[in-house]
Ligand binder design. Structure first.
Ligand SMILES: Cc1cc2nc3c(=O)[nH]c(=O)nc-3n(C[C@H](O)[C@H](O)[C@H](O)COP(=O)(O)O)c2cc1C
Length: 353
């Protein structure tokens, strides 16, 4: 299996499966001498962790990270940072029903066809449990670029969405509710909707908006490694993500150039920011903002038609501990992936400036 690494200088490789001994990662290229804030790393893990509220999966994992290398007396040494997170709450029997069947729209079928073997327990390597390693690395990446502020939040769940621009939101309210939506009135509606969907044994999609502030001018390596291309790749690598748009995004297609152009101020900032802080693949110093859409995840706690490994269609009852809506838990994952990209491009920019 290829494709387990991301980044050029600040490079993360992850390993592990949902029901294996442990998951973990190796970070190559982290600068030496950074005094790590371990509480901040653990705090990010708490935000991602299952079982944190009534609207997410009730799998109970401690998700404590154990560092194996690359850190001495609390500081990074510049050598590879190795870490693991042990799996402590697997219930592999929950998955025995999918040993010989493939869930529609999950990764079961393609993994088996591609590799000829599949760890069906919890989805194996295709499980979003893998993202625990991304969150550890992202929390370290945030500490490489302490001046950059990254705030992600849930902006829609199903048909319910925040109806105001991000500039009118107070990001300090994001963590005050289980949905992670800074508009608390909308958050309440979202929470009720997720609970209703969960009661039906169904799932629902949603959107996360991410705002990155205080990014220096000049990050991004045209032509193939444009900043928005790398952010898009990072976001689309997250499980269940189906869409990425930055700045005006798909709405830009409905506008005229005279409406869309971001006119300059004399200091080089722009009066509007439909470019989303990136022009020509390079950050222009304005806020970078983008939206990531998540599909309603595949595992339903309902009866559904599934395919068997003998090519028969049968009706199967879904079971196990699953998320009815993943966006609340995906907020720290989106932030982590954004931090990995920005930290990597910050280090690259130092090389090629
Ligand atoms: C935080 C998070 C939690 C997830 N939890 C579940 C889950 O409980 N059940 C499920 O079927 N899929 C879940 N997923 C999505 C699957 O991992 C994903 O749909 C699957 O690997 C197939 O990949 P794809 O949807 O990207 O094509 C979750 C995704 C995220 C980001």
């Amino acid at each position: 299996m290829a494709g387990n690494s991301i980044g050029t200088i600040f490079k993360l490789t992850t390993f592990g499966e949902s029901h294996g001994e442990a998951l973990g990662g190796i970070i190559d290229g982290c600068p030496a001498g950074i005094e790590l804030d371990f509480d901040a790393i653990q705090n990010e893990m708490q935000r991602r962790k299952p079982g944190q509220s009534a609207i997410v999966t009730q799998r109970k994992e401690e998700d404590e990270v154990k560092f194996l290398s690359g850190i001495f007396e609390g500081k990074t040494t510049g050598t590879p940072i190795g870490f693991i997170i042990e799996n402590t709450n697997q219930k592999s029997d929950d998955y025995s029903h999918i040993k010989y069947t493939y869930r529609p729209s999950h990764a079961d079928y393609v993994y088996e066809k591609k590799y000829g073997i599949r760890d069906y327990r919890g989805g194996g390597r295709s499980s979003a449990r893998e993202t625990v390693s991304r969150v550890v690395a992202g929390a370290i990446a945030k500490q490489v670029i302490p001046d950059v502020k990254i705030n992600a939040f849930v902006s829609s769940v199903g048909e319910i969405f925040i109806d105001k621009p991000y500039q009118e939101l107070d990001f300090s309210l994001t963590e005050t509710n289980a949905v992670r939506c800074p508009d608390v009135v909308t958050a309440q509606k979202m929470e009720e909707h997720i609970k209703e969907i969960k009661k039906q044994g169904d799932t629902i999609g949603g959107t996360i908006t991410c705002v990155i502030q205080n990014v220096p001018i000049g990050l991004g390596e045209p032509v193939f490694d444009k900043l928005h291309a790398e952010l898009g790749k990072a976001m689309l690598s997250i499980n269940a993500v189906h869409g990425f748009e930055y700045g005006s995004g798909f709405c830009g297609a409905r506008m005229k150039g005279s409406e869309h152009n971001d006119l300059f101020n004399e200091d080089g900032t722009t009066k509007t920011n439909l470019s989303g802080g990136i022009q020509g693949g390079i950050s222009n110093g304005m806020d970078i903002y983008f939206r990531v859409t998540f599909k309603p995840v595949a595992t339903l706690l309902q009866q559904q038609e599934v395919l068997t490994n003998e090519n028969k269609l049968i009706i199967q009852q879904g079971k196990g501990r699953h998320d009815a809506c993943v966006v609340p838990r995906a907020v720290p994952i989106v932030e982590a992936m954004a931090a990995l990209v920005i930290a990597d491009y910050y280090l690259l920019n130092k090389l090629y400036q």
